[in-house]
Each structure stands twice: as C-alpha cells, then as structure tokens.
Design a protein around this ligand. Structure first.
Ligand code: SF4
Length: 199
C-alpha cells in the first residue's frame, strides 16, 4: 500500500510543501549597501559626555557614619527609598572600591584624621557629600572637640542641610552630584593635569 506522498509522486504531481515557520523575518536582512535606517541607530557624542554618563550612573558610596545622621543614610539604602534606582546601592566599606564619600554625622577631631585617611585612600575620580549640619559646619557643636565642617580637611562637592536630613534630602543631594558630574571635563581635565605635570 502506497502512502499519500508516493501516490502524488506516481501521479506526477508536486507533493505539497511541508509547513515551515519563518524564523528570520525580512527586517533582519543584512544590507551591504548604504542603509538610511542606520542613522537612527547611531549616537554621536563627546567622549567626556559618555564617560560622565557612565560615572554618574555607577557611583559607589563609602558610608562614613559618625553619628545620628548615619541612621538616615542607612534608611536611604533600604527598600523604601532604594538608591539602587540611581546605581548607587553598592555601599563599599573599602575606600579603594568607592568613589563617593558620604560624611554623615559629627566629625570630632579624634575622627577627623581617620576620615582624611580614608579619603586619601579612595582612587580618583572621587567626590564628597557632607550630609547634615554637623558634617557641613559642625552643627550645634561649637566646641573644642568638633571640627567645624569636613570641608576644612577635604573638598566637598555637595552639602545637605538638616539635622538630620531625611533620606529624600540625601537622594536630592546625590542627584545634584550627578548633575555636577555631568558637566565635568573628565578627559580634558586629565590631559591638562598630565601636561601640567610633564611641563
Ligand atoms: S546634624 Fe543633627 S542628626 Fe546629624 S549628626 Fe549632627 S546632631 Fe546628629
């Protein structure tokens, strides 16, 4: 007994084509000549802008919790506020793996040199955020034991007011830092310092 295919072949008919699924639709065709659509897939920008975009969206904080402000800093990293939205959830307790020092709390003279040492151990490029009244200006502690602002020891990029500032304020400060990084001359600044060094 012949099967259906043999019957078709013996009768001289073309057997029906088996059903096939189209895997590659025609939009995936590789063009070898000029394609006007490619214009929509190319972004033209400056190297500085691309580097700054990567830097500002991958800031790794070094949490320097020195007093009550640190509790708000910890809350900022929690699920309710969630700084991972900004690519900043990777809090590092090693200065060599961090690029944003967040000084949150009262900086006593006893701690000040330890903060400075941690800052010096962080690789360039790096930024500093003074979180709260104490870190920014000594706060209410006009005393012989307290440094009157961390900017007396290290350069500060963003100051955040409040005693303590809420997590939303810290997030706003970090967004301001992102805006600042956006406008930096990353490669140009490196070139300038290199040529200044070699004369
Ligand atoms: S600013 Fe206020 S909350 Fe923050 S460390 Fe100083 S006293 Fe504490």
């Amino acid at each position: 007994m012949h099967n259906r295919l043999e019957e078709w072949w013996m009768a001289g008919k073309i057997p029906p084509q088996p059903h096939r699924t189209m895997v590659s639709p025609s939009i995936n065709t590789v063009h070898t000549a000029y394609d006007s659509k490619i214009e929509g897939n190319v972004i033209i920008t400056r190297v500085d802008a691309a580097i700054n975009w990567m830097r500002k969206n991958s800031l790794w904080p070094m949490p320097m919790g020195l007093a009550c402000c640190a509790i708000e800093l910890m809350a900022t990293a929690s699920s309710r506020f969630d700084i991972s939205r900004f690519g900043m959830e990777v809090m590092r307790f090693s200065p060599r793996q961090a690029d944003v020092l967040i000084v949150s709390g009262t900086v006593t003279y006893k701690m000040a040199l330890a903060v400075k040492r941690i800052w010096d151990q962080m690789p360039e490029p790096k930024w500093c955020v003074a979180m709260g009244a104490c870190a920014s200006s000594g706060g209410m502690y006009r005393s012989y034991a307290v440094l009157q602002g961390i900017d007396r020891l290290i350069p500060v990029d963003v100051y955040i007011s409040g005693c303590p500032p809420r997590p939303e304020a810290l997030i706003e400060g970090l967004m301001k830092l992102q805006t600042k990084i956006e406008g930096e001359e990353s490669t140009m600044a490196q070139k300038k310092s290199f040529f200044a060094e070699v004369g």
